[in-house]
Every structure is written in structure tokens, then in C-alpha cells.
Ligand binder design. Structure first.
Ligand SMILES: [Zn+2]
Length: 75
């Protein structure tokens, strides 16, 4: 049994978004990754280590976005 971590409604274990409230943590992480990419690009030129760090965070966010589901297993 899987339940949405936001609204507690039942949700499929492999669903991208909660059918009840639309919660989509993968999408949120992808958006955060896109923001990090956008911020990191000018930083790469201005402060290279900070830009690399920013892109690294973006990669982590994209990776999490691919794996994240709104459901959480409950007994
Ligand atoms: Zn929900």
C-alpha cells in the first residue's frame, strides 16, 4: 500500500504524480535542477568552482527527479 506523502491519498507505487493533489516530487526536483543549471552557467565563468558545484547539485536533483515518486509505502 502506497500513500501520497502530501495528502495521504492512495497512490500507485510507480506513479509520477498523485492523482488526488497532483503532488509530483520528481517534477519539483527537475525544476530545482534546471534552476541550478541556469545559475551555474554564468557562475562557471565568474567563479568556476562555484559553478561546478552548482552543476553538481543540478545533476543530483535530476537524478533524484528520475527516481522520486509521490507515494510512500505504508503498512
Ligand atoms: Zn496527494
Amino acid at each position: 500500500m502506497y500513500r501520497c506523502t502530501r495528502c495521504d491519498d492512495p497512490v500507485a507505487p510507480d506513479a509520477d504524480a498523485c492523482p488526488a493533489c497532483g503532488y509530483n516530487p520528481g517534477r519539483t526536483a527537475m525544476d530545482a535542477g534546471a534552476v541550478c543549471l541556469a545559475i551555474g552557467l554564468p557562475l562557471l565563468y565568474a567563479v568556476t568552482p562555484a559553478g561546478v558545484l552548482c552543476w553538481f547539485v543540478a545533476l543530483l536533483a535530476f537524478g533524484y527527479g528520475l527516481l522520486a515518486t509521490p507515494g510512500e509505502r505504508v503498512a
